[in-house]
Write a protein that binds this ligand. Sequence first.
Ligand code: PLP
Length: 381
Amino acid sequence: MRKFINLDANASYGPLPALKPSSILDSDYLNPSSIHRGGQRAKAAIELARDRVRELVGSDSALKVIFTSGATEALNLALNFPPEVARGRTIVSTTIEHPAVLAALQRFEKFGGVVRWVAPGRNWEFSEAPFLNALAEKPLLVNLMCVNNETGQLLPVAEISQALRSAGYRGLVLSDAVQAAGKLDLSFAGLGADMLALSGHKIGALPGVGALVVGNRTDLEPLVVGGPQEGRLRAGTENVPGIISFGQAAEYVRQNLAHRLARYAALRDTLEREISARFPDTIINCANTERVANTSSLTFPGVNADDLVVALDLAGIGISSGSACASGKPEPSHVLLAGGLAPATARSTVRLSFTAEAADDELAYCIEKLGDAVERLRGAA
Ligand code: PLP
C-alpha cells in the first residue's frame, strides 16, 4: 500500500527522517532539575537544544530561548499582560494572525486593553502607515507574523519594525515565526523584533514543544507558575525528548536550508503549473506577493474545499481547507476573508503545503488525484 502523503506540512511536518531516536529516548536522561548525573545529562541535552534553536534564528548568544509546549503557549506567554498592565493600553496587530494570537488579544481586550487591527490591502500588502498612525496611542506592543500559515505570504516585519523604531517607537515588537522557520534564513536581529514564537512540529520535531525567543524584555509574566524551570518563566519538568528533537530539527533545517528551499520551489511550481494548465480558472492566492516556497493556496471555483479534502484523504493524501485549526468550523477562513475573498470563494480554497522529502512520483500522484477530484466534484455539483 502507498504510504500516506503529507501535503499538509504547515499543520504538522511529521518527524524528520534526520531525527536520531536513540538520543531522543536516551534512558540516561532523567529530571533536568536533579543534581545527579541522570539529571545533569538531561540538562546538558536541553542546553544543546537551546543553542541550536538560538542558531536557527541567527545565533545571538544574548537571546533567551524559553521552551514551551508549542507556539500557542509561546504566543500566549508573549501576550500575557495582567489586567493592571492591559487596562487602557493599546496593542497593534494584523487581522491575519493565527487563532492563538487572536484569542490572546481577545483576553487583552477583556482586561481593558484596546486592539488596533491592521487588515491587508487589496493585494494582500501591509504598508507602514497604519502601524505608524497607531503610534499616537503609545502602543504596548506591535504584532505581525513573519509568514502566514494559510497562504505562505511573507509579511514585511523587518521594514515595519524599522519604520516604527525610526519614528521613535520604544514598545515591544512580537512576531509569530512558526511558518518562517526552515523556509527562509531567519534572523532575529534582521527582523528587529523583541520576541519570536517558534513551533517544533512545524519543522519536523516531535509535537508538544515550541519556544519563545526573547531579546530585550524583562517584564515577562509567566503563564505557568511552580518550579524554577526556564528561568522561572515556564514552570514544570521539561519535555526532554521533545526539546532534544526540536534542537535536532532546528540544526538540520538550518544546515540544509538552501537545497530544501530549492526542492520546495520545484514541488510547488510543478504543482501550480500543472493544475493551472488543467484548470485555467484556478486562483493561486498571494501569487503576486512574496511567499515561502512550500505553500500553495488554491481556489477552485464551484468546488467545496471540505469535499476536496475528503476526496484526497480517500486517495491517501493529506491537504487542508483554510487552516487545520479552523477545519470543521462552518465559517470560511478569517485570513482569506481579510485578503478580500468572498465567502463562497474562500470556501472553495484549499491549502497544500509540502515537506522537502516529497518524492517526484508522489507529487505526480497528488497532481493527478487532485485534478481528478476537482473534475468529479464539479461534475457532481
Ligand atoms: N502560529 C502559526 C502561524 C501556526 O501555523 C501554528 C500552528 O498551526 C501556531 C502558531 C500554533 O503552533 P503550535 O501547534 O505549536 O501550538
